[in-house]
Design a protein around this ligand. Structure first.
Ligand code: SAM
Length: 284
């Protein structure tokens, strides 16, 4: 059940289909920032910068985060499981949130280049499958209220929340600012069903979340239920996830079959591995 992505299309090392297997997906729960605020000094010492144009976003180093996670006494440790398998992800256990994936760069660049059209001030933003949370942090520092969602609780605790804290100005009141952020772990189906009907988003940002086509209905249901009537989803992904099954064309097909939403390709890469950004809105 573990995957190594094979972006080049050669040499499919490990892959697995999940449809025949029962996967006990984790339930959604809210993760509340606690001791991360006290540990900020040591987090800052080991921080790195995500740089895209003029935008700089501080983030913890993956190896540091892994060391921290492995040193905790959790009875179940998803990272350990991924480490052991040398895997990018282990379906239903660890879903890849520890590192920053390529399409995050594409989407931040797109948001910067379209800042005259995409307004974050007071917007309600969902960073869906956030991992390090770079997209949500970009929205946050531009004035949005942000919900960060990642499958793995320890990714939120050891990577996403420290990253948000790293990008809050020193003189600002951390506790007050964190009121503009919420953090949820667990499966998308559970996330969508657990919370108040009224929890809606003006913008949903999501990068590298469509590799597993077994999750497409869950994603589409979130878009239908949680995207405000005039809102937009920006979905950044590789055109094809070789050896895994998912890709942009397959996702578009699912959207079309469902019928509630419309999508357009708003950006395409010109070199290297093919990548795209889809803009998805409710049908008028
Ligand atoms: C490949 S990582 C991408 C992380 C980040 N968006 C980036 O671009 O760097 C996939 C993300 O989707 C989330 N994810 C995958 N499957 C999920 C599921 N069934 N329910 C909830 N989250 C899921 C993972 O936790 C992870 O954050």
């Amino acid at each position: 059940m573990s995957f190594k992505f094979n972006f080049s299309g050669e040499d499919v090392a490990e892959s697995s289909t999940t449809d025949t297997l029962y996967i006990p997906w984790f339930d959604c729960k809210e993760v509340v920032p606690t001791n991360q605020m006290e540990e900020l000094d040591s987090i800052v010492k080991h921080a790195k910068m995500f740089i895209c144009g003029d935008v700089e976003i501080g983030h913890v180093v993956t190896s540091e985060a892994i060391a921290n996670i492995l040193s905790t006494n959790d009875t179940y440790n998803a990272t350990e499981c991924a480490e052991k398998d040398h895997s990018d992800l282990v379906v239903g256990k660890y879903e890849g949130g520890l590192k920053i994936w390529e399409c995050t760069y594409d989407l931040v660049e797109y948001l910067i280049n379209n800042s005259d059209k995409i307004n974050f001030v007071s917007a309600r933003v969902l960073d869906l499958g956030c991992g390090a949370g770079i997209l949500g942090i970009y929205a946050f520092i531009n004035g949005a209220n942000v919900t960060f969602q990642d499958y793995n609780q320890e990714v939120l605790e050891h990577v996403t929340i420290p990253n948000v804290l790293l990008n809050i100005e020193e003189e600002e009141d951390t506790a007050k600012l964190l009121k503009r952020c919420r953090f949820y772990s667990g499966d998308w189906a559970s996330f969508n069903n657990k919370y108040d009907e009224s929890e809606m988003y003006d913008l949903i940002l999501t990068s590298e979340t469509i590799y597993n086509d077994n999750n497409y209905d869950k994603l589409i249901n979130i878009f239908i239920k949680r995207l405000s009537k005039t809102g937009a989803v920006y979905l950044a992904a590789k055109t094809c996830y070789f050896g895994v099954g998912g890709g942009v064309r397959q996702f578009e097909q699912k959207l079309e079959n469902n019928g509630a939403l419309q999508s357009e390709i708003c950006w395409k890469s010109t070199g290297g591995i093919q990548r795209e950004i889809l803009k998805i809105t409710h049908k008028l």
